[in-house]
Each structure stands twice: as C-alpha cells, then as structure tokens.
Design a binder for this molecule. Structure first.
Ligand SMILES: NC(=O)c1ccc[n+]([C@@H]2O[C@H](COP(=O)([O-])OP(=O)(O)OC[C@H]3O[C@@H](n4cnc5c(N)ncnc54)[C@H](OP(=O)(O)O)[C@@H]3O)[C@@H](O)[C@H]2O)c1
Length: 272
C-alpha cells in the first residue's frame, strides 16, 4: 500500500521527502541553494509527492526553495501533499495564524495539506489549537496534527481540535522505538491517526546494522530499504527520509517496492 487514509478523508503517501538541512539549518545558508534545489528537484522527478517542511527550517528559506523547485518543475499543486509546521515561538493564537499565512506565502500556495505544531511549548496548547481550528475553517489548512507529542498531550490536542487530529510526527526507526514503547504508536493505530516516522534512516547509519544484510540479499534490496520497508509495512505509519544525494533519494523511494513477509517482520521487530 503506497498511501494511508487520513481521518479527514484525504490520503497521505507512505514515503515522503524530508527537508531539514535543505538551504540551511536554523538559519538560511544561501550558498547551499543550488544543492538544495537540486535535491528537491530530484525528489520531484523521482516521484515523491509528499514534502515535509517547517517554518523553522533555514528560518523559512527551505519553504521558499521547495516552492521554487515546484514552480521550476511545473509540478501541479494538486499532485502534491505539502506539510509544514509552526515553530515554538509562534504558539499564541494570532501568531500561529500569522505563521501559517507566512508559510503559505513562502510556499506560494493557498492551502496546506497538513499543518503541524512542531513541538509542544510553554503556551497553553488550547491557544494554538484555537488557531488551527480557525485556519481549517478558512480553508487555509486541510488537516491538522502535532509533532513530538506524548499521549497526554495528544489527548489534550484532540479534545481541543474541532476537526479530527490526523497526524503525530515523531522520531521512529529500527533503533529508536521510544514512541512504540510509550504507547503513542498503538494509540495512533487504534484511533486512525497517522504516525509519521522522522529520522527514519538515522542520518544514514541505520543500514550499518549487520542484521539487515541477510534480509537485504533475500529481497535484492539495500539494508536502508529494508529499514524503511519495516516502517511503512506498519499500519498507519508513514515516513519522510531526507537526502541531498539523488542515488539515496531514489533508493529510499523504492523501499516502497520491498514486500516483507511475516518472518522478515518478526526478525526486524527483534533486531537491536
Ligand atoms: N518534527 C520534528 O521535530 C523533526 C525532527 C527531525 C526531522 N524531521 C523531518 O524528518 C525528515 C527526516 O529526518 P532527518 O533528516 O532528521 O534524518 P534521516 O532522513 O534519517 O537522515 C538524513 C541523512 O541521512 C542520509 N541518508 C539518507 N538516505 C540515505 C541512504 N539511503 N543511504 C545513506 N545515507 C542516507 C542523508 O545524507 P545524504 O544527503 O548524503 O544522502 C542525510 O544526511 C527531516 O528532513 C524533517 O523533514 C522532523
């Protein structure tokens, strides 16, 4: 299955493209524009349609580069699923609304497919969700979600949200299963919430686990593809690997083609 349904009735691709570090880190690095644009263009040409970004990435510049690559490749907006996030300095109601409007302007679009609270902050959560409700009513945002939320916070966000909360984006990979252990994954799966696994290739290190070699050979795949396939095999789980390298961009996308069987899953579940 290459997509997951969202509680709003929309769908989200199982493998999307992460954009952290494209065009800078916490601040823009314009010397990296050509490299960042080439990476996003390669992702678009490979067939990725879900792009995950954030106002915090390169202080808004990553959103600008994403818009530029979409424009330059003449990719129709309706083919894309765009996710962005409000940062912790904009969690008061009017500031979240302004932050979203600024993201829309930088992304050169009139709606977001998914808008997330990037991290919980010190502002009462209900203030931020009030803004998400307003943005949804105005049609600027099709679906809303959160990121880095534990179970109590997830429940609180759901209670305040007028529309179904569709997504929690958390760190999740073969060697980092904290959000499976703390009950968030099971809760999402039982309640139709999509869990987006971030840092899924562990910055390139996941494939070095020798336990992946045999399965990789069995499937004619790479160890990294096996690690990604393990994630997306799980119901309600999607993922968003990032890369500047066109070979890795293709390799990660083609993890969709790996069909793991029950024995494979058992082995991977037990892998340390
Ligand atoms: N919500 C949050 O708080 C949060 C936090 C972190 C990340 N995220 C999102 O999740 C996305 C992915 O996470 P991430 O960027 O932290 O980590 P990641 O995708 O696990 O790792 C990216 C790094 O791995 C390397 N890589 C990618 N594919 C590879 C492959 N097939 N073989 C070898 N190396 C490979 C890349 O280097 P090359 O360029 O050399 O390929 C890149 O440096 C982010 O871009 C961002 O959109 C969200």
């Amino acid at each position: 299955m290459l997509i997951e349904p969202l509680l709003t009735g929309h769908t989200i691709p199982k493998i999307g493209f992460g954009t952290w570090n494209i065009g800078g880190g916490m601040s823009p690095d314009y010397s990296q524009d050509a490299r960042g644009l080439a990476a996003i263009r390669a992702a678009l040409e490979t067939g990725y349609t879900h792009f995950d970004t954030a106002e915090m990435y390169a202080n808004g510049h990553t959103e600008e580069l994403l818009a530029r690559a979409i424009r330059e490749t003449r990719t129709p907006r309706e083919k894309l699923f765009l996710t962005t996030k409000v940062w912790t300095n904009h969690l008061r109601t009017p500031e979240t609304i302004k932050a979203c409007e600024n993201s829309l302007r930088r992304l050169q679009t009139d709606y977001l497919d998914l808008y997330l609270i990037h991290w919980p902050g010190s502002v009462p959560l209900e203030d931020t969700v009030r803004a998400l409700n307003d943005l949804t009513r105005r049609g600027l945002v099709r679906a809303v979600g959160v990121s880095n939320f534990d179970l109590p916070l997830l429940h609180r966000a759901q209670a305040a949200c007028e529309t179904p909360l569709v997504n929690n984006q958390v760190p999740y990979s073969l060697h980092h299963r904290e959000y499976a252990q703390n009950g968030v994954l099971a809760y999402c799966q039982q309640n139709g919430i999509v869990l987006t696994a971030y840092t899924p290739v562990e910055k390139g290190r996941v494939g070095t686990n020798p336990g992946l070699q045999t399965l990789a050979r069995k499937h004619g795949a790479t160890p990294t593809q096996i690690a990604l396939a393990w994630l997306i095999h799980q119901p309600r789980v999607i993922t968003i690997p990032m890369s500047h390298n066109p070979a890795h961009i293709l390799e990660n996308f083609r993890a969709r083609e790996v069909k793991l069987d029950e024995d494979d899953i058992k082995q991977l579940n037990a892998l340390k």
